[in-house]
Write a protein that binds this ligand. Structure first.
Ligand SMILES: [Zn+2]
Ligand SMILES: [Zn+2]
Length: 262
């Protein structure tokens, strides 16, 4: 009763904009999320210039081993703040909410195939101890639940420490994550013969996702699809020249609109 009265007088603040909206992620913040504007690479969803080839240079040379990667929004504005709060600000409560948005997006996105298993990009154990949770796993939980497929928390593990990708140049990012993951023996039977959906917060160069995909494929997965909350521009990439509002953006807009507010 008292708690209800206090909530009325002081509605809980939005974890992103701190407004007393009564929601953990308020509708104002949601509506400011920006879907990835077409045209983008058919494989990795990297924004492309209008009139460019349908795949980016990196995907044409076969460096990206995943079947397709898609992101709910661009890595900017409120989404950038939300991800920072989730990862570095201890706002763990954002994980399940953003994960639900991601799940709705996956269900509406045909190019993500029909995954039979969900795996989160793992954190190094030292960073996991420091943070107390793997944010990618918090995002993956509602995705698996809403798709009705198993989540394999130990589908991939990180071996050896890596430098945070954000401080590295493009070429260094690929070398930094090479052989950084493995499928533990206990997970081998589950991964083998299955199509896997890999979940992470941000896709930038695609190096981490590609290395996770390579490891899962070596472990016997039939295909690996990748979904992330946000798409950052790879270092040195050419940005989109015309932000139109059709095509690929439609799935994101629907997901943002349809997920129930909390
Ligand atoms: Zn807000
Ligand atoms: Zn690409």
């Amino acid at each position: 009763m008292l708690a209800g009265l206090l909530d009325l007088l002081y509605p809980p603040r939005c974890s992103v904009c701190r407004l007393r909206s009564g929601e953990t992620l308020c509708s104002r913040c949601r509506l400011e999320f920006t879907p990835v504007p077409p045209p983008f690479c058919l494989r990795c969803a990297c924004p492309l210039s209008v009139g460019a080839a349908r795949m980016c240079q990196q995907c044409r040379t076969g460096e990206t081993l995943f079947a397709a990667a898609r992101s709910l929004t661009l890595f900017d504005g409120r989404m950038r703040t939300a991800i920072h709060r989730l990862k570095f600000g201890g706002r763990r409560e954002l994980g399940p909410i953003l994960g639900e948005l991601l799940a709705v997006f996956v269900r509406q996105t045909d190019s993500l195939g029909h995954p039979e298993l969900v795996v989160a990009v793992p954190l190094h154990p030292a960073r996991l101890r420091e943070r107390g949770y793997n944010h990618a796993l918090l995002l993956a939980q509602p995705v698996a639940r809403m798709l009705g497929v198993p989540l394999m928390a130990e589908g991939l593990v990180r071996v050896g420490a890596t430098i945070p990708q954000t401080v590295l140049r493009r070429e260094q990012r690929w070398a930094n994550v090479f052989n950084a993951f493995r499928v533990p023996a206990a997970s081998g039977d589950v991964v083998r013969g299955r199509s896997v959906l890999l979940v992470d917060d941000v896709l930038t160069s695609g190096a981490t996702a590609a290395e996770c995909a390579r490891t899962l494929l070596l472990g016997g997965a039939t295909a690996v699809y990748v979904v992330t909350l946000a798409r950052a521009m790879p270092p040195g990439a050419v940005g989109p020249t015309a932000a139109s509002d059709g095509g690929g953006g439609a799935d994101s807009r629907r997901a943002i609109r349809e997920a129930r507010p909390r």
